[in-house]
Design a protein around this ligand. Structure first.
Ligand code: SAH
Length: 239
């Protein structure tokens, strides 16, 4: 038997719940996957863990899933945000997907002085985050925020949240991360890197820690994956 379909639903899950199927999900479940009444699927709502459910009604434009029992408790990711300067579309999609798989709580596209992408399609990126969570077994979908200017974001920053500032100018140094638990954010620059004035401001912040990702310059998408991995290993839920 193939693995059960996992779906994120915007409906609070609990014992005995009937969950309405959205038009898009009906298209996927009953059109693409050809499910009828009876088969079981796995559902999660981002708050109440994962649940086994059964198709109770299957139609072209909708349907009903009947919740049977909980299969996994809710598991929240660590309180880690990923701040990154959007790059080309496919590479930005990759960053969002990998951030969900590796375990981030929030994804914030930021506009830096050398950011290539002038705007992002937030809804598309959020849909990628949902798909990644469905595929990787997560019970939580990180929010993808609207793009904001980095200087504005940093001006209103809650300084309790430390920043792992991935600085390509630190390539000569060893990757070091202070072992301070609590809320964190990773910051990854665009293809053009950080501007000298941005770098200067970031280095002056007490709550920002400049970190090297090794002796080679990584592409921003690679850097995001490497940085989350390092952080997870030191402070996250991998250990
Ligand atoms: N054009 C820049 C490189 C930008 S790489 C240059 O040639 O210097 C894109 C982003 O990935 C950087 O802003 C940084 O956040 C991160 N990055 C890449 N390699 C890194 C490294 N070795 N150490 C720390 N951060 C790195």
């Amino acid at each position: 038997m193939t693995a059960k379909i996992r779906l994120f639903v915007e409906h609070s899950l609990g014992p005995g719940q009937s969950v309405p199927v959205s038009r898009e999900q009906a298209h996927y479940l009953f059109g693409v996957m050809r499910l009828g009444v009876g088969p079981q699927v796995l559902l999660f709502d981002g708050q109440n863990g994962e649940w086994l459910a059964e198709v109770a009604e299957a139609g072209k434009r909708g349907g009903v899933l009947q919740v049977i029992s909980q299969t996994r408790p809710q598991q929240m990711p660590p309180d880690l945000w990923l701040l990154f300067a959007p790059i080309k579309k496919a590479r930005t999609d990759f960053i969002v997907e990998k951030a969900v798989e590796l375990g981030a709580a929030r994804i914030l596209p930021v506009q830096t002085q050398y950011t290539n992408a002038g705007r992002i399609q937030r809804a598309r990126l959020q849909a990628h985050a949902v798909e990644a969570a469905e595929q990787c077994g997560a019970t939580y979908v990180p929010e993808v925020a609207e793009m904001v200017r980095m200087d504005r974001l940093l001006a209103g920053w809650d300084t309790d949240r430390r920043i792992m500032f991935c600085d390509e100018a630190q390539v000569a140094l060893k990757p070091t991360l202070p072992a301070t638990p609590g809320p964190w954010a990773i910051l990854i620059g665009p293809e053009g890197g950080f501007s000298p004035s941005e770098r200067e401001k970031l280095h002056a912040l007490d709550h920002a820690h400049a970190v090297s990702l090794g002796p080679r310059i990584l592409r921003a998408d690679t850097a995001a994956v490497a940085a989350i991995t390092l952080w997870q290993q030191a402070l996250g839920d991998w250990t």
